[in-house]
Design a protein. Structure first.
Length: 187
């Protein structure tokens, strides 16, 4: 069985996002305590519709392709755990407000609750948020994207299937041919 240290993976995520890292991710990466993924969230963060919409949108940010997507990687649970246990109430506001705004826009534009929109409709709604064409959209999109990417690439699926996991690096080869590189390595 492969043992993955999510905190080590989080440290790599911190360097990827740099100074604009969403506060709960930075807090969790900086702590050397119980891993984020242990156990359920201390309290529910989302109502049922928000949770269903967050789950659907996370799959649109990191969809299933030739590798598993966000849902299979457990990203929705990671997001709720991180927001419940590592985020302040102010940190949660843009995520909750963004989900409510996207849900309202889905109802207005497509006459369905947000979680029941099609993948193409979810893509259109996320694009509106990304382009800041929804109230608070750009702030929501950047923070939500960071949560999804962090959850995915610190999960066992993200580390072992999307990337090549090397628990103990092999020999150093400074002249390794780039044409033989298949995946990005993580350890």
């Amino acid at each position: 069985m492969i043992t993955i240290d999510r905190r080590d993976a989080l440290a790599g995520i911190v360097t990827m996002f740099g100074a604009s890292l969403f506060a709960p991710i930075a807090r969790a990466a900086g702590q050397q305590v119980v891993p984020i993924s242990d156990g359920p969230p201390s309290a529910p963060v989302f109502n049922a519709e928000q949770r269903a919409l967050m789950t659907a949108l996370s799959e649109r940010v990191m969809p299933t392709t030739d590798t598993p997507g966000a849902i299979t990687a457990g990203v929705p649970g990671f997001i709720e755990k991180l927001l419940a246990d590592w985020a302040s109430p102010n940190d949660r506001k843009p995520i909750l407000a963004g989900l409510d705004t996207i849900g309202a826009r889905a109802q207005a534009d497509y006459k369905v609750v947000g979680s029941k929109a099609t993948p193409a409709q979810h893509d259109a709604l996320l694009t509106l948020a990304m382009e800041d064409k929804l109230p608070g959209g750009a702030d929501f999109f950047e923070k939500f994207r960071q949560l999804v990417v962090t959850g995915y690439f610190t999960s066992e699926v993200g580390i072992t299937q999307e990337r090549e996991y090397l628990p103990v690096p092999g020999r150093y080869d400074g002249a390794f041919p780039f044409s033989q590189v298949n995946k990005v390595y993580s350890s």
